[in-house]
Design a protein around this ligand. Structure first.
Ligand code: TEU
Ligand code: CA
Length: 531
């Protein structure tokens, strides 16, 4: 699966905003990479308070991105290349400009009033102290027409839907069926662990009816079709992942869990409280998922997305010769695991985070709020900007770097978010012409995943190796493959199963044919077949 952030992928008309015709014009490139599906971040009608994660009409395309006819053409053109389109389903909340909410606001008797979460004031105040993630302050907003409060766990323009309403649930399923009928191949479900919330109990994730709703949704929409669903679930660990994805329960194909991404964060801390990456913590989290979902359920595999720093900047080295080495190492590590790998646009050529010096250069609503809070708490502007540069979602949202021409070939106009200045050297054209490129490594890995059953279903086994190394095998019948990766920029000695091996993929030309005691070079990684 390849994630496209449409705003930043390819602009076709020079307005500085990526669009659907732009995506269509790059389908051959994606086919060449070999991916089987594209997850598009939201392209629906939206006032863009949170770049499309605030939808005002689920059944219309944002004119910035094109028309419904463009969308239909994208679905067709992709299918002709054996690529499915997976749409982002944002049904925890709608925009406050959605007709359902505009109508709900007209009064207590409105037909869609119960689509949202309302409460009378308690002692003249908000019903409780829930806070909004993105803008700080209360998650309850006062509505003067009815003197009630409504709930928004994200920005005030992202109003929480009330899944306890059967009518709302049916309206969502109808909308999903509208898209399924258009021939899409799946849904990525935004903050799906929140739809069963009990705001008055202050239970925001994993509500008591969450899994009932997902089962009901499955039956009411894609049941019995060849259709992929992946839920975003920040609250889930391996056990919950199994619940969501075990086929017998008829819920989702898989979920995104984020356990491995705590490896450079204070657990339970805030997202800007970072520390150097702990590889033991990283592998413990990855392995826990492999083990828990070994025989039932299914994993998703990813290093980054539109909310997170870029993989090579976070887990590797974003400059110098180690950039390509570490980008390939990350690709090899991920693609060897059992599950469905997700590539975030630009990852396939080792695109890096783009640091900024002033908060004014930042678009992301979340980063702007946190910056303000950090300043109030006493951080200097410099310290606060350092933190913002480590976590800001803009890091991964800068335009796709296609070539070394003006604006990286993304747009002939002024891009909505500045292009990373390193586009002169890091771009698609360069990676396609260079021998042994990062792109080629991804391409090889994708081909192996498509053709080699051992990578699809082979059993996972971790190997005992030094802290900075991740090494595991996958076994199916007589076939055993080994994946070994040095996550450090320093050489490290390891002892690996001593059997003659066939080389499959690696990031150094001359990796050993005979394993045993081996010294791994900086960021060295390989996938080999053991005999
Ligand atoms: O993100 C889920 C979410 O919980 C975010 O707050 C996430 O923790 C944060 O972005 C990490 O920096 C999803 C979408 O992926 C995100 O883009 C949306 O802004 C959010 O939901 C609201 O729809
Ligand atoms: Ca455009």
């Amino acid at each position: 699966m390849y994630q496209i952030y449409p705003r930043s992928f390819q602009d076709s008309n020079g307005d500085g905003i990526g669009d659907l015709p732009g995506i269509i014009s790059r389908l051959d490139y994606l086919k060449q990479l070999g991916v089987g599906a594209l997850w598009l971040s939201p392209v629906y009608q939206s006032p863009n308070a949170d770049n499309g994660y605030d939808i005002s009409d689920y059944q219309a395309i944002n004119p910035e991105y094109g028309t419904m006819a463009d969308m239909e053409r994208l679905i067709q053109e992709a299918r002709q290349r054996d690529i499915r389109i997976v749409m982002d389903l944002v049904v925890n909340h709608t925009s406050d400009e959605h007709a359902w909410f505009v109508n709900a606001r007209t009064g207590m008797d409105s037909s869609t009033r119960d689509y949202y979460v309302w409460s009378d004031p308690v002692d003249g105040h908000e019903p409780n102290d829930l806070t909004s993630g993105f803008i700080g302050g209360s998650a309850w907003e006062h509505d003067s027409t009815s003197d009630q409060y409504f709930l928004h766990l994200f920005s005030a323009k992202q109003v929480d839907l009330n899944w306890q309403s059967p009518k709302l649930r049916q309206a969502i399923y109808d909308m999903m069926n509208f898209w399924i009928a258009k021939g899409i191949g799946g849904f990525r479900m935004d903050v799906i662990d929140m739809i069963g919330k009990e705001p008055f109990e202050k239970q925001l994730v994993n509500g008591p009816h969450l899994h009932d709703y997902l089962h009901e949704m499955n039956r009411a929409t894609w049941a019995d079709r060849d259709f992929l669903t992946v839920g975003e679930a920040w609250s889930a660990g391996p056990k919950e992942a199994l619940q969501y994805s075990c086929p017998a329960r008829q819920e989702l194909s898989m979920i995104f869990q984020f356990g491995h991404l705590w490896a450079d964060r204070k657990v339970g801390g805030e997202k800007w409280e970072t520390h150097p990456i702990s590889v033991p913590q990283l592998k413990a989290a990855l392995y826990a998922c492999q083990r828990e979902l070994a025989t039932d359920g299914w994993n998703s595999l990813f290093w980054n997305n539109h909310d997170l720093p870029r993989a090579v900047s976070r887990f590797g080295t974003p400059t110098g010769p180690n950039r390509e080495l570490s980008a390939k190492m990350l690709a090899i590590t991920l693609h060897g695991l059992k599950g469905t790998p997700y590539i975030y646009q630009g990852e396939e050529m080792g695109m890096t985070d783009c640091p900024v010096t002033m908060i004014e250069q930042v678009d992301d609503v979340e980063a702007r709020t946190i910056y303000r809070q950090l300043r109030v708490q006493g951080d200097s502007a410099t310290t606060a900007m350092e933190k913002v540069n480590r976590f800001s979602r803009d890091n991964a949202r800068t335009p796709m770097q296609w070539d070394a021409s003006l604006n990286a070939g993304f747009s002939t106009g002024q891009p909505w978010l500045a292009v990373n200045p390193n586009y002169q050297t890091i771009n698609v054209q360069a990676t396609l012409t260079e021998p042994d490129s990062v792109f080629e490594t991804y391409q090889q890995l994708i081909q192996l995943r498509k053709t080699q059953p051992v990578l699809q279903t082979g059993a996972f086994q971790a190997l005992a190796v030094p802290d900075d190394v991740i090494a595991y095998t996958r076994t199916l019948g007589e076939v055993t493959w080994l994946v070994c990766s040095n996550f450090g920029a320093e050489p490290v000695d390891v002892t690996l199963p001593q059997r003659v091996a066939k080389r499959l993929v690696g990031n150094y030309d001359d990796y050993p044919d005979q394993l045993g005691d081996v010294q791994l070079r900086p960021y060295e990684a390989f996938m080999v077949a053991l005999q």
